[in-house]
Design a protein around this ligand. Structure first.
Ligand SMILES: Nc1nc2c(ncn2[C@@H]2O[C@H](COP(=O)(O)OP(=O)(O)O)[C@@H](O)[C@H]2O)c(=O)[nH]1
Ligand SMILES: [Mg+2]
Length: 321
């Protein structure tokens, strides 16, 4: 397990894949590799793409990879979506599109098996980002599955959040409801070939305009961008490149205003929390489990011989000085 982190730092893609898998599977002592890489993280620009399932996030991500590669940026993609084309779950045509990056050593794509239904973005997402960062990827794109908490939680992981809306889903209202308004740095209206794309574009512009007064401390003007239909590949590529430009502009805005670190404050607090859990509580739980203590405690509490609070106090006094 030692050395795995060093290999990642040396650019070893297989080591990075293995480390991400170990993190997801919560293999013991994986934190050693994370300790090895930690000082070499924090260099990448993390871009989150969120929006309802089927909004076109994977399609856009594929085009973003291309756009960034045209600018000679190395790219990492973390897809938090088991149905993503990156995992082979989508239509054949989609899968073929993704293959165009398969040979490119400066592109590293991994999907996490984390279920969309599992609520929030898992710890593995934050860790996966660190691994790609340590691997030297300059742009890291995180595609969420766009369900529930994940959509807003991406703000804890990404410097720049792109919210993808499509016509015909009542998105404008949905965005307000789900708190997406608060997390979006860039709105993208996708599927321009569909009825209502223009209307959605105007409505979203309005919504952004109206909410502007609320965020007085925010001097970033949230752009609303209409993407050309993927059915017109050439125009599509051009409009995605225009989004890429906005993404870069947003990054520069964060850098110029010292907001990059600010963005990561919550994520860092959560990471400390998780590390403490792993270092303190996990060993205690492992011990109790090993000796079959947990089972006994469950019986005791069920019989009302003791309550969980007193029990926890007793255990704490034994382990925590
Ligand atoms: N009509 C139309 N379909 C699109 C467009 N962009 C993507 N799609 C299709 O929408 C479906 C879902 O796209 P996908 O990228 O997998 O969405 P995701 O679930 O948000 O990642 C796929 O079949 C895409 O080919 C578009 O501009 N117009
Ligand atoms: Mg997808």
């Amino acid at each position: 397990m030692k050395e795995l982190g060093k290999k990642v730092l040396a650019g070893d893609i297989r080591a990075a894949s293995r480390l991400i898998r170990n993190l997801e599977d919560q293999i013991p002592n994986t934190h050693i590799a994370m300790q090895e890489i930690f000082n070499n993280t924090g260099n990448a620009h993390v871009i989150g793409i969120t929006g309802a399932p089927g909004a076109g996030k994977s399609t856009l991500t594929d085009e973003f990879i291309y756009a960034f590669r045209q600018k000679d940026k190395s790219v990492g993609v973390l897809a938090v979506d088991p149905t993503s084309p990156f995992t082979g779950g989508a239509l054949l045509g989609d899968r073929i599109r993704m293959l165009r990056h398969a040979e490119d050593k400066k592109v590293f794509v991994r999907s996490l098996a984390t279920r969309c239904s599992m609520g929030g973005l898992s710890k593995a997402v934050g860790e996966g980002i660190h691994v790609m960062d340590a691997l030297g990827k300059e742009k890291i794109i995180v595609e969420t599955c766009g369900v529930g908490q994940q959509e807003v939680e991406i703000i804890n992981h990404a410097h720049t959040v792109i919210v993808v809306l499509v016509p015909g889903m009542g998105d404008e209202i949905q965005a307000l409801k789900a708190g997406l308004m608060e997390v979006a740095d860039i709105f993208v209206i996708n599927k321009a070939d569909r009825d209502g794309a223009g209307k959605l574009y105007k409505e979203t512009l309005n919504m952004v305009h109206m909410s502007k007064g609320a965020a007085a401390d925010n001097s970033w003007n949230i752009p609303v961008l209409l993407v050309e239909s993927v059915l017109e590949p050439h125009k599509f590529a051009e409009s995605v490149d225009a989004i890429r430009e906005k993404v870069e502009e947003h990054y520069q805005y964060l850098v110029d205003n010292n907001l990059l670190v600010e963005r990561m404050r919550r994520k860092t607090a959560a990471e400390i929390n998780e590390a403490l859990w792993g270092a303190i509580l996990q060993p205690v739980l492992n011990n109790l489990e090993k000796d079959g203590e947990i089972e006994k405690m469950v019986e005791q509490v069920l019989k009302k011989e003791i309550d969980p609070y007193t029990l926890a106090d007793q255990i704490a006094s034994k382990y925590v000085k």
